[in-house]
Design a protein around this ligand. Sequence first.
Ligand code: SF4
Ligand code: SF4
Length: 213
Amino acid sequence: MISLFPLGFVENKSSPDPRDKMRKIKYESELDLKFGEQMAAKAYGQKLLSCIQCGTCSSTCPLSDYMDYTPRKIIAMTREGFRDEVLNSLTIWLCSSCYACTVKCPRQIHITDVMYTLKREAIARGVYPKRYPIPIFSREFFNIVRKQGRNSEAILLIKFYLKTNLFMMFKQAFMGLRLMRTGRFSFKRDKIERIDKLQRLLKAAESIEEVRT
Ligand code: SF4
Ligand code: SF4
């Protein structure tokens, strides 16, 4: 059976033969029909089925022009089970969590939370674009905060560039030195008192998340 939300046919640009079309229609058997329900549960019970596809989120979103699928489409595709397309989309990474869509949605769907959930799912499944900086940045940030209780910008940037773009680290080095001279950037590692308390808290939050998933 063909899904109710076909993506259509597009031309395969890598082929010189214009008759060579790449199949983009998905059959229902190829979808993950539980995906929408699972993502809704992980996004704190968002009612994706109540979305009326009005498109207010897409027209409000300041970044929808740059997205491969607009927020409205992401909601539709998520609930219909287009797991691979959604998790591999750039949209979820371009979302800057500005909450404009969430504020305007007439069905009070917290679209930003859905986007966060999809990002977490993509990281958990390891399907985000290779060497894509945002998941790496987020993981390094979390590791530093878990260890020290505070972020350390210089350490974070070094770890981030080492894993993503070494060339950029050298390019930014001069600016980093200038910021250090004015005291706005430092290699000092701040640590909060009773870090063990924070670590226990984070561990408890992680185990709750594991139970939920
Ligand atoms: S604004 Fe809300 S109801 Fe409208 S398409 Fe977006 S998610 Fe659906
Ligand atoms: S939270 Fe994300 S999807 Fe929603 S309007 Fe902002 S950038 Fe767009």
